[in-house]
Design a binder for this molecule. Structure first.
Ligand SMILES: *Cc1c(COP(=O)(O)O)cnc(C)c1O
Length: 341
């Protein structure tokens, strides 16, 4: 038994999801003729109280499309120094949109309205790039699954309106945030101009992300998605997984969060741990004391059949997910309990 905790993207579709997928009605989505893709898009637009939505092969492409639409070459977007759009999308912000990032030195990937105000370049000062977009991430990936306070998101919204900035949410793990903070999709729909969500993380789909926004925005997004090569044909088989996941796999995220907290409690007592980032959802980041080597730790874990991932700086990451079941959890707890290092 391998216990894979490197990410919540490692899940495989369950049999019920596969059955649902195989029985779906499909068509050519490039001609907008796939009824299942259309249904998934409608379902998400409605959930978030937006006019429209568009299915994407990846979250990266959905984020990059939003950035392309909200900016002009030479502009600058504001995001945290930990942001996925800045760190993990292959430099797409500059490659696709010719845009630079003003990085905020936030806390666990989150920042304050005050920090946004301090990051906006004066619009009439033509020496500096024009600020046109604010991107936030919820939950934060590199920030260890932390959730935003919705009131701060509202304050930043007001700043965006006042300063004529677009406002994008990278909601790859927004489902985890909603379950944790007891918030609803409509609240995020009311705040943001555009939202990207992932189906292939905690929700357990093999593929898929969706971009949500106004009809005008999504009409532009169809063109950008085409340019990026993201038009898919009988994508309904994949969209069906999304429909299945939205109906069945949201509430169960609580179980992933609970397991992560149990691991946190155990790890924080260990002599070799310097710090465990407080667990809020399904991501746990911990740092070893400097006299212990994270690579040695990783190897020992691997020998016991457990896969974790290194985050640099003697930090390691654990992500709990749908396919990390109770049996695996017990075995992992036992492995940590008995570990000699
Ligand atoms: C995973 C992730 C994405 C999208 O990643 P893809 O692998 O391209 O689907 C975007 N933002 C965050 C915060 C993520 O964790």
């Amino acid at each position: 038994m391998t216990i894979n905790l490197i990410s919540d993207t490692v899940t495989k579709p369950c049999n019920n999801m596969l059955d649902f997928m195989m029985n779906s009605n499909v068509g050519d989505d490039v001609f907008k003729e796939d009824p299942t893709v259309n249904e998934l898009e409608k379902m998400l637009a409605k959930m978030f109280g937006k006019e429209s939505a568009l299915f994407f092969p990846s979250g990266t492409m959905a984020n990059q499309t939003a950035i392309k639409i909200h900016t002009e070459p030479g502009d600058q977007l504001i995001c945290d120094k930990y942001a996925h759009v800045y760190n993990y999308e292959g430099g797409g912000v500059s490659f696709n949109s010719g845009v630079s990032c003003k990085l905020i030195d936030g806390h666990r990937g989150m920042f304050t309205n005050e920090q946004v105000l301090n990051s906006i370049n004066p619009p009439d000062f033509y020496h500096s790039p024009k600020t046109s977009l604010v991107c936030v991430e919820n939950t934060t990936n590199k920030g260890g699954g932390a959730c935003w306070d919705i009131n701060e998101l509202v304050k930043i919204k007001e700043t965006c309106i006042e300063h004529n900035l677009f406002y994008h949410l990278d909601g790859a793990r927004i489902w985890n945030a909603m379950v944790k903070t007891n918030t609803k999709p409509i609240q995020y729909g009311n705040i943001f101009d555009s939202i990207s969500i992932c189906l292939s993380k905690g929700l357990g789909c093999p593929v898929g992300s969706v971009l949500i926004g106004s009809s005008e925005f999504i009409n532009k997004a169809i063109r950008v998605r085409k340019v990026l090569g993201g038009g898919m044909r009988q994508a309904g088989y994949l969209a069906a997984c999304g429909i299945y996941a939205l109906n069945n796999n949201i509430e169960r995220l609580k179980e992933d969060h609970l397991k992560a907290v149990e691991i946190e409690k155990l790890l924080s007592k260990k002599h070799y741990i310097k710090k465990v980032e407080e667990v809020e959802t399904n991501i746990l980041i911990f740092q070893l004391k400097s006299n212990y080597d994270s690579n040695v730790f990783l190897e020992k874990m691997l020998k016991s059949g457990v896969k974790l991932i290194s985050m640099g700086d003697n930090k390691l990451r654990i992500v709990t997910h749908k396919d990390y079941n109770n049996e695996m959890h017990l075995k992992f707890i036992e492995t940590i309990t008995n570990l000699q290092i």
